[in-house]
Design a protein around this ligand. Structure first.
Ligand SMILES: Nc1ncnc2c1ncn2[C@@H]1O[C@H](COP(=O)(O)OP(=O)(O)OP(=O)(O)O)[C@@H](O)[C@H]1O
Ligand SMILES: [Mg+2]
Length: 322
């Protein structure tokens, strides 16, 4: 658990970058810091591992005030993915990843096993990449290595500053999905900076929206979309928040309320799984030539079909919360 209590940062005696911020991040949750450029997201993140000194207030991790801890010890327990991936250009990929494990005195085999395990996890063949240098990787691959490095020593807390920022939309979606899959297993406490509302909705258990250093709202994505607290949040979330809220629900949720229709044509219609989110379903329906989709269960068996009307009905029946 990470607790921010009356946290303020004033740079150079006059720039108030973070202004009296209070909120708590539960253990094992992803909390997304969201807001426009310059609103204080990076500053707040860097106060957690004390790369930026706190002007006023306290940040505590599991009840311990971070200012009472030794800085080096503190940072070893916190993985940090910086805004640009921050790999060292003169070290190869394996050396980059194993910096902290090495500092912690892990033996060679343990370091290598960890490197192999994590690289596989993010879809980079360990043997293909270990001896390469960062400039020999694409931007997206470098970002993955940045994430692997932050996870290397298995820290309970991760700070991630726009970790997927440099990726094109398709790879970005893929890595977001991969990352959420990994998080299901590892259950880290993650502070994740983004300025993209869609990413925040997808990645966050909670989303903190900031404006000029002040915390505007701290809520679950569903609550944020349903009940923006003020005009700033409403504008930031966007006028299509009903559609956005569809990404929080899957076909399986819809099936709680709707009966699928029998399948007319088994061959030509595009298919979705019960785990597909409803926003994707809608976009598949809009983009395709067919007016219905086949739904597959976890065993890839077709269990029925659905149409735009089904999604519309679902949206309307949940409209008090969307
Ligand atoms: N070292 C510094 N000295 C003085 N002012 C700073 C310093 N670092 C940041 N600031 C100021 O503090 C404010 C918050 O900056 P910060 O980098 O935390 O914003 P951000 O929300 O991460 O922005 P972005 O989305 O562009 O990364 C800005 O007004 C910035 O100019
Ligand atoms: Mg920043």
């Amino acid at each position: 658990m990470i607790q921010f209590s009356n946290v303020t940062k004033i740079y150079n005696g006059n720039v108030k970058a973070v202004d009296d911020v209070n909120f708590t991040v539960q253990k094992g949750n992803i909390s997304v810091f969201l807001g426009p450029s310059g609103c204080g997201k990076t500053t707040l993140l860097r106060m957690v591992n004390r790369l930026v000194p706190i002007t006023d207030g306290t940040i505590s991790i599991n009840g311990t005030d971070t200012s009472s801890l030794n800085e080096i010890e503190l940072r070893r327990k916190i993985g940090y993915v910086i805004q640009s991936n921050g790999l060292f250009p003169n070290m190869n990929i394996e050396e980059n990843v194993c910096i902290v494990p090495k500092l912690l005195g892990w033996d060679r085999k343990k370091q290598r096993d960890r490197f192999n395990y994590l690289m596989d996890l993010v879809g980079l063949a360990p043997d293909e990449y270990r001896n390469r240098y960062p400039h020999e990787l694409s931007g997206g691959q470098q970002q993955r290595v940045g994430i692997v490095r932050a996870m290397a020593a298995d820290p309970p807390v991760m700070l991630m500053d726009e970790p997927f920022g440099a990726l094109d939309p398709i790879i970005r979606t893929h890595i977001q999905n991969e990352f959420l899959q990994i998080q299901k297993e590892v259950q880290k406490t993650i502070l994740f900076v983004s300025h993209d509302i869609d990413e925040a909705i997808k990645m966050g258990d909670r989303v903190a929206i900031f404006k000029d250093g002040k915390l505007m709202q701290y809520d679950s994505p569903a609550e944020l979309l349903a009940n923006p607290k003020n005009n700033f949040v409403r504008q930031f979330v966007g006028s299509d928040r009903a559609i956005k809220s569809l990404s929080l629900y899957t076909v399986a949720d819809l099936l709680d309320q709707t009966k699928l229709k029998p399948v007319k044509n088994k061959l030509t219609t595009p298919r979705v799984s019960v785990d597909t989110n409803l926003r994707e379903v809608l976009s598949t329906l809009f983009n395709g030539s067919e007016s219905e989709l086949l739904v597959e269960d976890h065993n890839k068996q077709v269990i029925g079909s659905l149409t735009i009307a089904d999604v519309q009905n679902y949206l309307q029946s949940n409209s008090q919360t969307a």
